[in-house]
Design a protein around this ligand. Structure first.
Ligand SMILES: Nc1ncnc2c1ncn2[C@@H]1O[C@H](COP(=O)(O)OP(=O)(O)OP(=O)(O)O)[C@@H](O)[C@H]1O
Length: 237
């Protein structure tokens, strides 16, 4: 098997004296859309912060295409190819949609420039229609699309999306879901954290379930769908 795109190996992660993740292992292969599922407080966001270098693991490591990136500063991890979209949609509110995209523009680590403004507008036509609008004027769903588009402008090898459906109306959640499916169809490698299992089942190819900071299940999504013992016990559905 080829080297995984993203690996977390044996990660112990703490906030101060509290241990939040315990010996956590996670693997995302190239082209997969991996759902990271678990209840509120299970450790999904902390896993993302550990990967992005905001809360580095005290033990264990994070590897991107086989290269250890944990221990580096967050901006260096981003530059290495990890595009992180945190839960709180951070846009520059006083700047236009297009300026928000342009400041994030960067070649990938092998010099790739697949994601350009033109391609972003093809995949996100809604942003094309509001390119001169101040980002602060966008709705929550539009801002979510903009933050995903901004992360892509950095030509990452893997895209981390932390609860992209959170707090959005069902019709917008559907639109975000459709967008992630489009990215999946384009071969983008995605790690998607979600509390909403139904949202994930339609989008992801694989699932990893965490509970109390530990991985309790991993399988292709089709298997999770049929596993009511797991979904009832860990996902409260
Ligand atoms: N900055 C922090 N300091 C201390 N504890 C924290 C901090 N952030 C989160 N925690 C705790 O870490 C645990 C895991 O939180 P985390 O945010 O990773 O969960 P989650 O699965 O992403 O859930 P949510 O959907 O609520 O974001 C929780 O018990 C939470 O209270």
């Amino acid at each position: 098997m080829s080297t995984p795109m993203l690996e977390v190996r044996g990660a112990d992660v703490y906030y101060g004296a509290s241990q939040i993740l315990f010996n956590l292992d996670l693997t995302v292969e190239k082209g997969q859309t991996m759902a990271l599922l678990g209840r509120n407080g299970a450790g999904k966001s902390t896993t993302f912060k550990a990967i992005a270098g905001l809360v580095p693991p005290r033990r264990g490591e994070v590897r991107l295409s086989g290269e250890t990136v944990s221990g580096r500063a967050p901006y260096r991890i981003a530059r290495a190819g990890i595009g992180y979209v945190p839960e709180d949609r951070q846009v520059f509110p006083e700047h236009s949609v297009e300026d928000n995209l342009i400041v994030a523009m960067k070649r990938g680590r092998r010099g790739e420039a697949y994601w350009t403004l033109t391609r972003i507008y093809e995949v996100f036509p809604i942003l094309a229609g509001m390119r001169t609008r101040h980002a602060g004027r966008l709705s929550g769903g539009e801002q979510q699309m903009l933050t995903i588009a901004r992360a892509l402008m950095g030509n990452p090898d893997v895209l981390l999306l932390d609860e992209p459906s959170e707090g959005l109306a069902p019709i917008i959640v559907q639109a975000i879901g459709g967008l992630i499916r489009t990215l999946r169809g384009m071969g983008v490698t995605i790690l998607l954290a979600e509390q909403n299992m139904h949202f994930c089942l339609d989008i992801a190819t694989h699932a990893t379930v965490v509970d109390k900071g530990q991985v309790v299940y991993r399988a292709p999504v089709a298997e999770l769908r049929g596993n009511t013992a797991i979904t009832q016990r860990y996902l409260a559905v």
